[in-house]
Design a protein around this ligand. Structure first.
Ligand code: AMP
Ligand code: MG
Length: 348
């Protein structure tokens, strides 16, 4: 395929994708190509997880540093043994409860997984996605698929196929377009190679739900100290970033938080405000573009990345985001906003 023919975009039904489209995409995976496909969290950029050269194409397409490992997607529990070794009983218990679903487990890697996929680590991140298109593709490909989010490195993750095309159009072979993803933020990552288990990234499965099965799981939220070691490989602070600078505002006194946000609005030409629908009405200034994230954490998660990209299109120079409650999916939204802001957190 020449660069100008790329990518081939196939619109598919989210619950019953046409077999012909799936077969063509699976063929591309087996031939070592790149396929962007929907999952319940965000769109993934997929390649044959067993083929080092195919995996290398993912890093190149995204501009992703080699020290940031990928997630492997599997079709069924039998495939887990081809990806990981010495799988503990807790992993099976978690899989029974949360798979298919937005939980990624870090386990010891199998010899079949190439070193570039795990950034040289002896562990591998794996999950079984809960989306009919992803499941059909995995089944038809008959091998695990390595797939990070289908965005350029450090950009907001894609929740619609258009986001994939914005970032990667000329770099991938096929895009399976099944509309908007249901959850909107990435999977929760839990490391079972650490004892006790360690939450590496909050995401689509809440920490509260995880702790029902793993009561001693630990979570050390991101620290903002300069030079502190990364809490997990690849979890760098600046991430998910729109082009405009983001400042995150946190505090219980709504009046004081709004006053602090207004000070910034007064000092800039064109400002984006990201907040709940309930508070959106407080920002009606001419130089402000307000995006409401709806009501509640689930809606906020679904809308977050689209909103960050929309601010870029609106040409704002600064984005003021209101920090959500850290419960349920709110913890994942908070984590993404903190990273989008590269740590610019104002506590009021
Ligand atoms: P993405 O698929 O783009 O959401 O990114 C995958 C993320 O999974 C990486 O950025 C890492 O933070 C994490 N990850 C993948 N493999 C491992 C591993 N072996 N150990 C720890 N974290 C991992
Ligand atoms: Mg990503």
């Amino acid at each position: 395929m020449t660069a100008t023919e790329k990518p081939h975009i196939m619109r598919v039904h989210a619950e019953r994708p046409a077999a012909s489209a799936i077969e063509r995409a699976a063929l591309t995976i087996r031939a070592g190509g790149l396929v962007a496909f929907p999952t319940e969290t965000v769109y993934g950029l997929g390649a044959n997880a067993f083929e080092e050269s195919a995996v290398a194409k993912i890093f190149r397409a995204k501009g992703r540093p080699a020290n940031d490992p990928l997630i492997v997607h599997i079709a069924d529990i039998d495939q887990l043994e081809t990806v990981a070794r010495e799988v503990p009983e807790m992993a099976h218990a978690l899989a029974r409860r949360f798979w298919p679903g937005a939980l990624t487990l870090v386990l010891k890697k199998s010899a079949r997984i190439p070193a570039n996929l795990t950034a040289g680590l002896d562990s591998v991140a794996v999950r079984m996605p809960d989306h009919a298109v992803a499941a059909a593709l995995l089944n038809a490909a008959r091998r695990p698929i390595a797939a990070p989010s289908a965005n350029r490195f450090s950009r907001p993750s894609p929740t619609i196929a258009e986001h994939v095309l914005e970032d990667l159009a000329d770099k991938i072979d096929i895009v399976l377009d099944a509309g908007r993803t249901a959850i909107g933020v990435e999977s929760t990552i839990l490391s079972l190679v650490d004892a006790p288990a360690r939450l590496l990234r909050p995401g689509g499965v809440s920490f509260e739900a995880l702790r029902e099965l793993v009561p001693d799981a630990r979570y050390a939220p991101l620290t903002l100290d300069e030079g502190s070691p990364l809490p997990a490989p690849g979890s760098m602070l600046k991430h998910y970033s729109p082009r405009a600078r983001v400042i995150l505002f946190q505090g219980d006194d709504i009046g004081a938080v709004h006053a602090a946000m207004r000070e910034q609005i007064a000092r800039h030409r064109r400002v984006g405000v990201l907040t709940s629908d309930a508070e959106a009405g407080a920002f009606e200034d001419d130089n402000v573009v307000v995006i409401g994230l709806g009501a509640g954490a689930e809606q906020a998660a679904r809308r977050l990345f689209t909103a960050l990209r929309a601010f870029d299109k609106a040409g704002v120079e600064l984005i003021l985001a209101r920090a959500p409650e850290k419960q349920g999916l709110g913890l994942a939204v908070w984590d993404r906003l903190l990273r989008a802001s590269a740590g610019s957190l104002v506590e009021v």
